[in-house]
Write a protein that binds this ligand. Structure first.
Ligand code: ATP
Length: 247
């Protein structure tokens, strides 16, 4: 990971997340297995970068982990049995037709944060992500980069133990990408486990603690980032890291 400036250092206040376990997980559609069987455990805070070519099953894996999809076979579980506080950020920001601050306050209410704490948490998160001046702006009038920062601010306000990010930067320009990567650092510093998909091998090199590499719906390897980038084991990962076209 690249080093952080002092202004970006944040205190660690998040309880360590429970381990996430995939055991023989598959996801199928109309008799076609799209993912799996897939087994791995995430017990650190990553960042875990989920990589692989188009259609490899990266988004499916994230959605299964976050509970948005159910496996056809196998089991997705959290150690201790109780899912952690978790949030997900998508490629296209998902925001309500209301102001930036109201989007955050709504999320805090849905997550049972006491009413008296919501305003302060929401404004604090907007400030952290450079959006304080836009608090009353309708969220859908913000630029693409600002909208993505707003989804990150919303996640930040919820203090998630686990944050899933599905291609969060693929529609953004370099400045906006940098803001998202800084946010990823900040979540990680605070103790949030990051699980993120990306197509961008350079971004993965900047961010990854470990890598889950998929191709053709199969998990080819789960290794520390250094191993993945320097000595990938599977032929598919070797080709991917070498910049060849992989299906
Ligand atoms: N809910 C779903 N129901 C049926 N098929 C799906 C569903 N979601 C994804 N698929 C299919 O599963 C395969 C894997 O999709 P997925 O979105 O996980 O790939 P990906 O690795 O994230 O690809 P990309 O890099 O293009 O985003 C694709 O063929 C896709 O069309």
């Amino acid at each position: 990971m690249t080093s952080l400036s002092a202004s970006h250092r944040v205190s660690s206040t998040i309880a360590p997340p429970p381990a996430l376990r995939f055991e023989g997980v598959t996801f199928s559609h109309e008799d076609k297995v799209l993912l799996g069987p897939c087994s791995f455990t995430l017990d650190g805070i990553g960042p875990t970068l989920v990589m692989g070519p188009n259609g490899a099953g990266k988004s499916l894996l994230l959605r299964l982990a976050h509970g948005l999809l159910s496996p056809g076979q196998g089991k997705v579980s959290w150690s201790g049995g109780t899912p952690p506080r978790q949030a997900m950020v998508f490629q296209q920001p998902v925001l309500l037709r209301r102001s930036a601050v109201a989007n955050l306050i709504h999320a805090l209410a849905v997550n049972n944060v006491p009413r008296r704490e919501r305003g302060k948490l929401a404004l604090g998160a907007l400030e952290r992500f450079g959006l304080a001046a836009c608090a009353k702006t309708p969220a859908r009038l913000l630029s693409g980069g600002q909208q993505q920062r707003l989804t990150l601010a919303r996640a930040w306000a919820l203090s998630p133990q686990v944050l899933f990010l599905d291609e969060p930067t693929s529609a953004l320009d370099p400045a906006a990408i940098k803001a998202v990567e800084t946010a990823v650092h900040d979540f990680h510093q605070r103790g949030t486990r990051i699980v993120m998909t990306t197509h961008d091998i350079h971004q993965a090199r900047r961010l990854a603690g470990d890598v889950l590499f998929l191709s053709g719906g199969k998990l080819r390897e789960h290794t520390p980032a250094e191993t993945f980038f320097n000595q990938p084991v599977s032929p598919q990962a070797q080709a991917f890291v070498a910049g060849e076209l992989v299906e």
